[in-house]
Design a protein around this ligand. Structure first.
Ligand code: GDP
Length: 195
């Protein structure tokens, strides 16, 4: 898809701030610092629409972006920071529950993970959480440029077996550096969005 327009709609701190229109959306989840913002920015070819490397402890928000007036990308707060207080963790859980359990416009989630490593327990929990709501999940295995070609297959197998990925879900090797995987990710997203 050629992106002509991409803007932030709102950084929502709670449900009442979510956009009320019915255009379809794709959520983006992933561990903090995994490369989620870089993924969005590469997909829409903007250098810095999604903030990169947001620090822990900042207000946690769901950031809604509108793309070509056709769909929303929803950047959900990252997980997996070691130094997050119990209170912050609970708040994060509430936000996730509130959004993923009720959001009718949500068509699928892109779960961004690092192709170099075995998915963490947090990654597995997030995948299970999304499947619990019966959502299609595209797993984006990013930082592909950081591993040797010969390691790809093994890493992809490790990821799909550790997450116990369901057959309907697609694992997409991706690099925000080279753009590899971008076309496939778009094709799949457009299919989910039905636009
Ligand atoms: P976020 O916290 O998940 O939004 O992560 P960022 O998008 O800020 O990325 C964290 C760091 O990883 C940054 O230094 C990025 O430049 C780097 N990064 C993200 N994606 C890639 C990638 O595909 N390849 C490489 N080499 N670096 C990446």
């Amino acid at each position: 898809m050629k992106v002509n327009q991409a803007d932030i709609v709102i950084s929502a701190a709670s449900k009442k701030q979510y956009p009320k229109d019915l255009i379809p959306e794709i959520a983006l989840a992933g561990r903090s610092n995994v490369g989620k913002s870089s993924f969005i920015n590469k997909m829409i070819l903007r250098k810095n629409l999604a903030r990169t490397s947001s620090k822990p402890g900042k207000t946690q928000t769901l950031n809604f972006y509108i793309i070509n007036d056709k769909f929303h990308f929803v950047d959900v707060p990252g997980y997996g920071y070691a130094k997050v207080s119990k209170k912050e963790r609970a708040k994060w859980g509430e936000m996730m529950e509130e959004y993923f359990s009720e959001r009718e416009q949500l068509r699928a989630t892109a779960l961004v993970i690092d192709i170099r490593h075995k998915p963490t327990e947090d990654d597995c929990m997030m995948y299970d959480f999304l499947k619990h709501f019966e959502l299609p999940v595209m797993v984006i295995a990013t930082k592909l440029d950081k591993i040797k070609k010969g390691q790809r297959k093994k890493q992809l197998q490790l990821i799909s077996s550790t997450l116990q990925m369901e057959e309907e879900d697609l694992l997409i090797p991706f690099s925000a550096e080279t753009g590899e995987g971008k076309d496939l990710a778009w094709r799949k997203m457009l299919e989910y969005l039905n636009i």
